[in-house]
Design a protein around this ligand. Structure first.
Ligand SMILES: *Cc1c(COP(=O)(O)O)cnc(C)c1O
Length: 362
């Protein structure tokens, strides 16, 4: 095996090495049953135990209200962009969207195809380098829900404090920062997250839902498109992505073993600080994309003085075992994705590399 690199890719992203080791051991023979988990029925006892435990761990780690449910769905977060309005944005109602990045915009655009969707606030004017202040958010008269994106993966901004709007149901795309910090789940009616950033491998989308939201849901949809189907059948109406759910289970156990969300939050702050400190130390060389108050602890985005230097930075980084640093085309430059599973040492190594790079090229 080659030496393990520090993987800064935005998603699929780095996973805890311990989790990969454990998964590899049970890959060929699960629970001494003489077969792989990949070959087992999703209706068997072995799998049932895994899925139930995964839901319980999510509930425990996020300290969720008891009546909330955790669903395991397919199709990625992008499918949720469509399912949320299909289920809740019925004719004669409207929904409000806070547009703070590319994924937030896609969520809005899907909703606009299905019903009356409003942009309650947008920070597109400054290429999504910030989040709107509370006063900038203009809700419609009685939205059925407000949708927001907690961490903007491409632009590197993150709500420092998640907003709430009285009794209006809040829906959040938390694909790139779920489990990275503590927050009050009861403030939200529905949360969704594609697993491949902070939860596990691609292939499963975790949905947290207050079942009360289903009372007004559209039931004229194909059953497989309804959240109700997943709630009533414990995500087993059809075959769930069993192996991806198993990997999420291992990641959640790793989080618990490492001190839960409070510990993740502290560690994520420490990790991001190594890199942001270098940006602040060399402001002539490294230009952070996000305004300081909105900096993400998960995705650090910045530019160098020229595109040529940026290409050199990415190439030399890779030679030094720091891979996946190229930014998204809509921001350019560099993006370091430093989710829960990125070790502190990886962030320190990147910060050191950045300092050396200025000395050589600044
Ligand atoms: C990656 C990402 C998505 C898209 O997820 P898919 O699982 O690829 O559909 C949506 N929202 C956010 C915030 C993301 O980071």
């Amino acid at each position: 095996m080659g030496e393990r690199v520090y993987n800064f890719y935005p998603g699929p992203a780095t996973l805890p090495y311990e989790v990969l080791e454990e998964a590899s051991q049970s890959f060929l023979d699960f629970n001494h049953k003489g077969m792989s988990l990949l070959e087992m029925s999703h209706r068997g006892k072995d799998y049932e135990a895994i899925q139930n435990e995964t839901e319980s761990l999510m509930k425990e780690l996020l300290d969720m209200p008891d009546h909330y449910r955790v669903l395991f769905m397919g199709g990625g977060a992008s499918t949720q962009f469509a399912l949320v309005p299909m289920n809740f944005l019925k004719p004669g109602t409207e929904a409000d969207y806070i547009v703070t990045g590319s994924f937030a915009k896609k969520a809005y655009e899907e909703a606009a195809k299905i019903g009356k969707a409003n942009i309650a606030a947008s920070t597109k004017g400054s290429n999504f380098d910030r989040l709107p202040a509370k006063e900038e958010i203009k809700l419609s008269a009685s939205p059925v829900y407000v949708h927001l994106t907690s961490n903007n993966t491409i632009y590197g901004t993150q709500w420092q404090e998640l907003p709430s709007f009285g009794g209006v149901p809040l829906v959040a795309d938390m694909s790139s920062d779920i489990m990275s910090r503590r927050f009050d789940v009861s403030q939200f009616s529905l949360i969704y997250a594609g697993a491949q950033k902070n939860l596990g491998p691609a292939g499963v989308t975790v949905v947290i839902i207050d079942p009360g939201l289903l009372e007004k849901a559209n039931t004229d949809l194909p059953v497989i498109m309804q959240y109700k189907t997943f709630v009533e059948n414990d995500s087993l109406y059809n075959t769930p992505p069993v192996y991806a759910i198993y990997m999420v289970n291992l990641v959640l156990k790793w989080i618990k073993k490492n001190g839960g969300l409070a510990a993740m939050e502290r560690r994520n702050q420490e990790k991001a600080k190594y890199i942001y400190d270098v940006l602040d130390q060399y402001p002539e060389f490294y230009k952070g994309h996000a305004q300081k108050e909105y900096r993400s602890l998960m995705n650090v985005t910045f530019r160098l003085p020229s595109e040529e230097l940026e290409a050199t930075f990415v190439a030399e980084g890779a030679k030094n075992g720091l891979v996946g640093l190229k930014g998204h085309r809509s921001v350019g430059g560099i993006r370091a994705s430093i989710y829960n599973a990125m070790p502190v040492e990886g962030c320190k190594a990147l910060a050191e590399f950045m300092k050396e790079f200025v000395k050589k090229n600044g």
